[in-house]
Design a protein around this ligand. Structure first.
Ligand code: PLP
Length: 377
């Protein structure tokens, strides 16, 4: 007798801050025959993933690979490799994930200069450049390109341009931007960019694409303090990129197949077309929320397309609304993240869900929950 039946998870429309829905073709890719992580046939798969990732990151010169990790570990890998104890790091903190970068950098012994802005805004680039003037030996400037906790987009291209010619490295959290909004890692001068598979790439969680510039590699190779083994980018590079591959860890083979298929589909659609699709869906949702008198958290000038944070109206129990959307409509949206977050709903339109049709489904369900039975706090 079995102690558990096979899993039968309920169907959901995943319109929260991530994970997003996975297309059937991506799920199907995970049913292809398993290979071993040291099989040359699998290394040929990795080689193809690298070509695809280069195109999606737009990183022709540096290196790309995918860590066996989620976004947080890729964040930590970047900080652990680029910083040594005692180094100064300037971190833009305008939400939950900016703070996480600063906290992790501190855990690795860096002196962190936190340059802050209120939730929904972005830290002005001038404030980051002022901090760099005050700390000219700073190794690193770190920002979140798409702050999923607020729905605000940092002007990353402008920051990268301003930092060109300085010795400071630029680390960018591109977890919610890669594959969803314009991003050009090489041209924008990003030295270490990281993302994850479960947002706009629309693959299951579990892998974290990274892009590493030659400037970042020079810094990594000059360091003296050792890096934690599992996060060591040089060892990861020897497995992912160098041939013959040198064993570092047992790659999540099926997750690599899923990533391969997801990237293939992104490039078949065309990066620009995909960005435009996300932009149209986000704009449609945001306009409709505005029509309903709902207020968005992000500064409208900085509003992200893939993630919209909406203030919960006074007197409404936001968590109860989320619960009803899930129970009655099978729709997942997010709430505020962390103790400082104002009451909010976070609606993600990412990957296959970046359509006006999906936006209308969420709006229809939200209307029904709010109107039929106003959920009062
Ligand atoms: C901007 C941002 N950075 C980092 C992370 C952490 O990623 P993960 O949850 O995959 O570890 C997230 C997750 O939502 C995120 O939105």
């Amino acid at each position: 007798m079995s102690i558990a039946d096979p899993l039968d998870p309920p169907p959901r429309l995943l319109c929260g801050p991530g994970p997003s829905d996975v297309e059937p073709a991506v799920l199907a890719a995970m049913r292809r025959p398993m290979l071993g992580h040291l099989d040359p046939a699998f290394h040929a798969v990795l080689d193809e993933v690298i070509v695809l990732l280069r195109a999606v990151w737009r990183m022709p010169d540096g290196d790309v690979m995918a860590l066996p990790a989620t976004g947080t570990s890729a964040m930590e890998a970047g900080l652990a490799n680029l910083l040594e104890p005692g180094d100064t790091a300037i971190v833009a903190e305008a939400g939950y994930f900016g703070r996480r970068i600063a906290d992790i950098a501190e855990r690795h012994g860096a002196r962190v200069v936190r340059v802050t802005a209120p939730w929904g805004e972005t830290v002005p680039n001038d404030a980051l450049l002022d901090a760099l003037d005050r700390h000219p030996a700073a190794r690193l400037v770190a920002v979140v390109h798409a702050e999923t906790s607020t729905g605000a987009q940092h002007p990353l291209r402008e920051l990268g341009t301003a930092l060109l010619g300085t010795d400071a490295l630029l680390l960018a959290d591109c977890v919610t931007s890669l594959g969803g909004i314009p991003l050009d890692a090489d041209a924008w001068g990003i030295d270490y960019a990281f993302s994850c598979t479960q947002k706009c790439l629309a693959a299951p969680p579990g892998m974290a694409p990274v892009a590493i510039s030659p400037h970042a590699w020079a810094r990594i190779r000059a360091r003296r303090a050792p890096v934690p083994f599992s996060l060591d980018l040089e060892l990861l590079r020897r497995y992912w990129i160098e041939r013959p591959a040198v064993y570092h860890h047992t790659t999540p083979i099926l997750a690599v197949y899923a990533l391969h298929e997801a990237l293939r589909r992104i490039l078949a659609e065309g990066l620009e077309a995909r960005w435009a699709r996300h932009a149209a869906a986000g704009a449609h949702l945001q306009a409709a929320l505005g029509d309903r008198g709902l207020e968005l958290v992000a500064d409208p000038v900085r509003q992200l397309a893939p993630l919209t944070a909406v203030r919960v109206p006074d007197g409404v129990d936001g968590k109860a609304v989320q619960g009803q959307l899930l129970a009655a409509y099978g729709i997942e949206i997010g709430g505020g993240l962390g103790p400082d977050a104002p009451p909010m709903w976070r609606i993600g339109l990412m990957g296959p869900n970046a359509t006006t049709h999906t936006a209308d489904r969420v709006l229809g369900a939200l209307d029904a929950v709010l109107e039929r039975e106003p959920v009062l706090a």
